[in-house]
Write a protein that binds this ligand. Structure first.
Ligand code: PMH
Length: 386
């Protein structure tokens, strides 16, 4: 497959699907045999590409998928994947019919919602639902065993709903301190205990809980960030049961190189001034690609060397200072490995004063995604060419 057929710009993200497969299969080895792994592919698989990641995860043994809202679920369904698919966020009651049609499971937590959704479901239609319990995240869910049982009873009575699951979400499973996690886990256990009839799935574990606390595996886990090869937090890196492999790399090529005299200025605001004769190169990536202005000063890899971004990051371009002349066309790695050197997602997150989750999510759709297996390109996605 040739890159030229799909895009002309010298900036792209590379997604290593072998690393997704590896992270999934290593995680499966930690799980009891009857525990299913749901791959969390919301937000376009954290910016990696929903369908490509979903397929790789399922091939590697994931038995379910999870997304944030129905439109995302439909996007994944269109690719023909037939494993259980759960919408984790709130849906409108009007969405119930479409979800039932496509055998997509929805998250529920209000009786009024069920009453309304029931009206939108046709005779003979069956909507699979998971009840969300709010055990301390404070986002969505029922808060007491009484509310849980009331909803469960309503669902059991209705011919239009099937109670497929009960779940909760942890706020601090990636903290070294486990007190709050234990509180949430205990509350969830007692809520599930209070149900007379248990649904097929009870689940609570995100990546951090899956990797750290075996007791949270129950009969399903929801794996997001660690499937992409990223640690849920800096502090639990030491506790990870296997080395994660980062899937996402970001690359570009030098489009212009020049030698500047001492005292010349670079970019908007003229904030950078050369302190001697300097080689300055221009890269075709900027804040409209999600390569944000906070990244002024960030180190990138050019010709296997660590070099800094100088001056302000523009909308479509930024400049780097080279230790010596390098030719136009030289590949530059912004995130990922080049030779012996590596810039990790965590390095970029630190510089942007955020978490690794946010970084691939904000690399915008105008950056083409190239998918690789065994070092070979297997697919290229570029919304601009479609
Ligand atoms: N389950 C739910 C309900 C989630 O919201 C998320 C991630 C996951 C599982 C996967 O978590 P992991 O990526 O830590 O494995 N949700 C979010 C979020 O709302 N903001 O950041 C991550």
């Amino acid at each position: 497959m040739t890159v030229e057929a799909k895009f002309y710009r010298d900036t792209w993200a590379e997604i290593n699907l072998d690393h997704i497969s590896y992270n999934v299969s290593e995680t499966l080895r930690l799980l009891p045999e009857n525990t299913k792994l749901f791959a969390v592919v919301k937000a376009n698989a954290y910016g990696h590409g929903d369908v490509q990641v979903a397929k790789a995860a399922v091939e590697a043994g994931a038995q379910g998928l999870a997304v944030a809202f129905l439109d995302e679920a439909l996007s994944v369904k269109r690719a023909g994947l037939s494993v259980p698919l759960l919408v984790l966020g709130a849906s409108s009651p009007q969405a119930a019919k479409m979800a039932a049609d496509r055998q997509i499971s929805l998250t529920v937590f209000q009786k009024d919602w069920l009453l309304e959704a029931e009206k939108h479901l046709e005779e003979g239609q069956l909507l699979r639902v998971h009840i969300k319990c709010d055990t301390g995240m404070g986002r969505l869910g029922v808060k007491t065993p009484e509310e849980l049982n009331e909803l469960a009873a309503f669902i059991h009575r209705s011919p239009k709903f099937f109670l497929e699951g009960v779940f909760t979400h942890f706020a601090t499973a990636d903290d070294l301190s486990t007190d709050y996690f234990e509180e949430q886990y205990g509350l969830f256990a007692s809520m599930v205990d209070s149900l007379e009839e248990k649904p097929p799935f009870t689940h609570c574990a995100n990546s951090a809980a899956t990797l750290r606390f075996g007791k949270t595996h129950l009969n399903a886990v929801r794996l997001g960030i660690s499937m992409y090869g990223l640690s849920p937090s800096e502090e639990i890196k030491q506790e990870l049961p296997f080395p994660l492999k980062q899937s996402f790399s970001l690359r570009t090529r030098i489009v212009h190189v020049k030698k500047l005299k001492k005292g010349e200025k670079i970019s908007y605001g003229a904030t950078y001034e050369t302190s001697e004769e300097e080689w300055i190169a221009t890269l075709p990536i900027g804040y409209a690609d999600g390569w944000l202005r906070k990244l002024q000063g960030q180190i990138v890899l050019a010709g296997g060397k660590r070099v800094p971004i100088v001056g302000r990051v523009c909308m479509d371009q930024c400049m780097i200072r080279l230790p010596e002349e390098m030719p136009v066309g030289t590949e530059v790695t912004l995130i990922g490995k080049q030779g012996e050197e590596e810039i990790t997602m965590d390095d970029i997150a630190r510089k942007m004063e955020t978490i690794n989750y946010e970084v691939p999510c904000i690399i915008t759709a105008r950056v083409p995604r190239i998918y690789k297996r065994n070092g070979e390109i297997v697919e290229i996605v570029n919304p601009l060419s479609e």
